[in-house]
Design a protein around this ligand. Structure first.
Ligand code: PA5
Length: 360
């Protein structure tokens, strides 16, 4: 690929989503440091006389702000169940034995504010993670610790700082043992991919960025992403990134469950008229049973699929593998947008919907 062709693709990235993706390794320790700043207040939210950990850690958040709730138990060994709540209602069972963290980049998301209100009524909020907005205002008025996020980003591009902050909060509550190690491992994994994309390409005398080659394979195809274990969360992140950055549908599922339904659904996939591509995210230290399921399923469904990308992580830890495969998805989704000739950053429809809802 010539420099000119790459330049003309990059010209679509007017809001610099590629630049944002490259900040992932630096965001992770920044998020942890932000949680550390309010550590004493966080520890007071779960005093040691109440036990080593809350019964569960409930994490409320939507979209780009909710992904940390999936990534925390995927990447870290947690000492209590982490329950993601993506909706208006805190489960009825949440009580003083549990602790709730509300995450909203804007601090203005109605579902998260609704859960925050319910958690306040039950006196179970441990912290909020936000740039400000109503969420920060109400938390401060109630003396609840606020982990402040840096402003000016897209929520989904703040995944590193949100994750780092959430791991820090979980550590202060006893739910994670060693937040620093988790973050260091995540940085190592993310860096594998970021390093391959920063300062590469023909203008630097190299080949085209590897994620661009992958995006070419996926371009104009209906994409299905499969994970297993910790990569189930990553598959859902890929799906959301392809939706928001590339602005096309994308579907995510996980082994072994997909062997009990989706496997059959591929039989007449060609009848839909779509050209299908499969992205397979093998988990870190995949068991023989899981590897066999990936292999056999691919053989069975292969004739319905035009392209397959298989990612076997090279990171040597689970947190590293999680963020390595996540970073691949971020880059591929951005290049998919650039190949379509669109700016990956704006998500106008989300704002239209939120404005319409606010007007009702
Ligand atoms: O990527 C986005 O912009 C969305 O997925 C938002 O994260 C989502 O709408 C929730 O908003 P916020 O992150 O401000 O709570």
């Amino acid at each position: 690929m010539t420099t000119t062709t790459l330049d003309s693709l990059l010209a679509h990235d007017t809001s610099d989503m590629l630049g944002a993706a490259a900040t992932l390794p630096a965001q992770l320790p920044d998020g942890l440091a932000r949680a550390e700043r309010v550590r004493e207040a966080l520890q007071a939210a779960w005093p040691s006389d109440k036990g080593a950990t809350p019964r569960t850690l409930v994490v409320c958040g939507m979209g780009g702000s909710g992904v940390g709730a999936d990534l925390l138990p995927a990447a870290a060994d947690v000492q209590a169940p982490v329950i993601a709540v993506k909706g208006y209602d805190l489960p009825g069972w949440v009580s003083d034995e549990d602790r709730v963290v509300c995450v909203s980049y804007s601090g203005a998301t109605s579902e998260t504010l609704a859960c925050f209100g319910q958690a306040l009524d039950r006196s179970v909020v441990a912290a909020v993670i936000t740039t400000g907005g109503e969420l920060a205002e109400r938390a401060r008025a109630e003396g609840i610790p606020v982990v402040e996020l840096p402003s000016g980003m897209q929520p989904r591009a703040a995944v590193g700082v949100i994750f780092g902050a959430l791991v820090g909060v979980a550590d202060a509550l006893g739910v994670v043992d060693d937040a620093q190690r988790v973050v260091d491992e995540a940085v190592a994994g993310a860096s594998i991919v970021v390093d391959e994309h920063v300062g590469t390409g023909p203008e630097h005398g190299g080949d085209e960025p590897p994620a661009l080659g992958m995006a070419r394979q996926l371009h104009d195809k209906a994409i299905v992403v499969s994970g297993a274990g910790h990569t189930e969360a990553v598959a859902h992140r890929w799906k959301a990134q392809v939706n928001e950055n590339s602005k096309v549908p994308c579907f995510a599922n996980a082994y072994p469950e997909l062997c009990h339904n989706e496997l059959v659904g591929w039989e007449f996939a060609r009848a839909t008229g779509a050209s299908w591509a499969l992205v397979e995210l093998l988990p870190f230290e995949a068991s023989e049973a899981i590897r066999a399921r990936f292999d056999i399923t691919l053989r069975l469904v292969g004739e319905s699929i035009d392209d397959v990308l298989r990612f076997d992580p090279s990171a040597t830890t689970r947190a590293g593998a999680t963020f390595e495969q996540l970073a691949w998805g971020d880059y591929v989704s951005i290049y998919l947008a650039l190949l379509r000739g669109i700016d990956p950053t704006p998500v106008d429809r989300i704002h239209v919907l939120k404005a319409e809802l606010a007007g009702r």
